[in-house]
Design a protein around this ligand. Structure first.
Ligand code: C2E
Ligand code: CA
Ligand code: CA
Ligand code: CA
Length: 278
């Protein structure tokens, strides 16, 4: 090894300490974010394929950073997971969603399901209690709420997972299987879980209509959903061609920039009020 290698090493360790510093900065920043109310939720509508009516929304967290502007979850969720702050963040999200749903309820809106993204770490036996407590604190029915969990969570202790899901369903919530097709769940036991909806991952939607594999996978997922009597929604729908393909294939709902990006609560409220259709 010569000078080049040494130079490379120096550069590498500099990079590493910079990353550690970034991580620390984000960690302390995130602790402040709770204190100073810098987190907020955006809502992305879910739309009925046939009527164009908004059936619900997915709540997506944002961080209004004092120096860096509006941060997307990709910039802080992984760090929140690594540092354990995800527990506090998830609690914040649950309360924020319920606060908002309660406000919409008081404004006289009929119930729309607001979906929360649940991490593997949160999917424990205490989850149904947390949800129940929030529902009673905000006096909300389960028909205002939905959970989005990922396929990989089904793998860890089937009976335990089913028990948690059943408790959640008994509260009136629905459950969506997020990013479907990217995990490795065995189709044969999919039917054992009380799931309401399969959500086709954006990586497949993206390839429609050019990529024949993606088209085949999307069609197959829709077929599986029909067989198991689940609803099926496609995420990341951006074009009319994708819409047309998914419609012909029998998809029930869609979500994506073609209809609306994630928007602030007020804007979503206006969408609901205007009865806007796709
Ligand atoms: P996800 O659950 O798969 O959410 C969908 C992501 O795709 C969102 O990114 C959304 O803004 C984006 N998206 C929606 N429609 C389109 C489209 O037509 N085209 C493209 N290119 N993108 C689209 P976002 O908001 O950056 O969230 C990223 C991920 O962060 C989410 O992926 C989810 O896994 C996680 N996340 C977001 N909010 C929360 C939260 O409150 N709690 C937890 N645990 N995770 C969250
Ligand atoms: Ca999701
Ligand atoms: Ca997703
Ligand atoms: Ca996805």
């Amino acid at each position: 090894g010569g000078e080049n290698n040494e130079g490379g090493y120096a550069y590498y360790s500099e990079e590493m300490s910079r990353n550690k510093l970034d991580l620390l900065r984000i960690e302390t920043g995130l602790m402040h974010a709770f204190e100073y109310d810098e987190l907020l939720l955006y809502y992305q509508p879910k739309v009925d394929m046939h009527t164009g009516i908004v059936t619900g929304a997915e709540a997506l967290v944002r961080w209004q950073h004092p120096e860096r502007g509006l941060l997307l979850p990709g910039e802080f969720i992984p760090i929140a997971e690594e540092t354990g702050l995800i527990v506090q963040l998830s609690d914040w999200v649950l309360n924020a969603v319920c606060t908002q749903a309660r406000a919409w309820k008081e404004a006289g809106l009929p119930p729309v399901r607001i979906a929360l993204n649940i991490t593997a770490r949160e999917f424990t036996r205490s989850l149904p209690d947390r949800v129940r407590a929030a529902m009673s604190r905000y006096q909300l029915d389960g028909e205002w709420l939905e959970l989005e969990i990922t396929e990989s969570m089904l793998m860890h202790g089937t009976d335990r997972v089913i028990a948690i899901m059943e408790m959640v369903c008994n509260l009136g919530l629905t459950i969506s299987l997020d990013d479907f097709g990217t995990g490795y769940s065995s189709l044969s036991y999919l039917k054992r879980f009380p799931i309401n909806t399969l959500k086709i991952d954006r990586s497949f939607t993206m390839g429609i209509p050019e990529d024949t594999n993606d088209c085949a996978i999307a069609s197959a997922i829709i077929g599986i959903a029909k067989q198991l009597r689940h609803k099926v929604i496609a995420e990341g729908v951006e074009s009319e061609q994708q819409l047309q393909f998914l419609k012909d294939a029998g998809c029930d709902e869609l979500q994506g920039y073609l209809f609306s990006p994630p928007v602030p609560a007020q804007k979503f409220h206006e969408m609901l009020m205007s009865g806007k259709r796709l």
